[in-house]
Design a protein around this ligand. Sequence first.
Ligand code: KPL
Length: 308
Amino acid sequence: MTDSPWHILGAGAIGCLFAAKLQRGGVPVTLLLRTSPAAATLPVVVASGGNSSELALPAAGVGDRGYIAQLLVTTKAPDVVTAVMSVSDRLDRNSRVVLLANGMGFAAELQRQLPGMDIYSGTTTEGAYRIGPQRVCHAGHGRTLVGQPGLTQPPDWFAPWAEALGECCWEPNIEQALWEKLAVNCAINPLTALHRCNNGELLRNENLADEVDRLCGEISRVSDAAGFTAVSQALRGTVNRVITATADNRSSMLQDVLAGRPTEIDYITGHLVATARRYGVPVPCNEELLLQIRGLESRRDGPDPVQR
Ligand code: KPL
């Protein structure tokens, strides 16, 4: 089965970047596209640090037939469950599924819909964005963590991944790693989307910095209640470090809002608020942001004029 291709669902920037890295490292891949492609391979260009390389990546349609032994899902969070369910008749209990999307909540949702499925979760700080159809800019080299709750040692399939992807590690405590990323995203993404500012503004602007403080206080209390004390203790420092390292970036949520796309708010702040309710922890600032971003989404009428 380790020779079977990794089918990649979600041929956006991260999907194409991972497909290219895996194929270059000798791991077979197949991009799964919404409609069956005219040719068996798709040319994908990856630009990085002034150089660019083109690869011919095998491609197929989600509606095509054939067993899927290994599936990597790189869609946006709200699309994960629907995307996997669209190929569920091509999977069985021996298939392995790696979910690499921002936010939390979809893995549990999927496990409910596909009981017994071998699901892994990942989180990455690789930075990539699309510069055209099948053209990706690899903007920042990052680290990828993959794991499965309760599995301390990496399974056999993981070694070729780690080799092909470079900075890619097996994470025995993947739930904590996902929670830490969620906590950071809760503190940064909704505020930047609401105020339409780059990440760095959250430290430069005093009022926004105070808001980040309040959000971090609430997120830390939920983290403690949920048993992620290591995350809560370091949170404000971690958030400051991420804001500083990504000061000139637009958060993914701001990019979604500006492009008139649905955001990942329900799987970021929505997941935090649901967890807070389960533990009876008040999180009024996060609840307010959740409502405001949902409000922005309901008024969505296409791309922001500055983006057209
Ligand atoms: O993960 C991010 C995102 O934008 O989704 C951060 C770390 C906030 C960088 O922008």
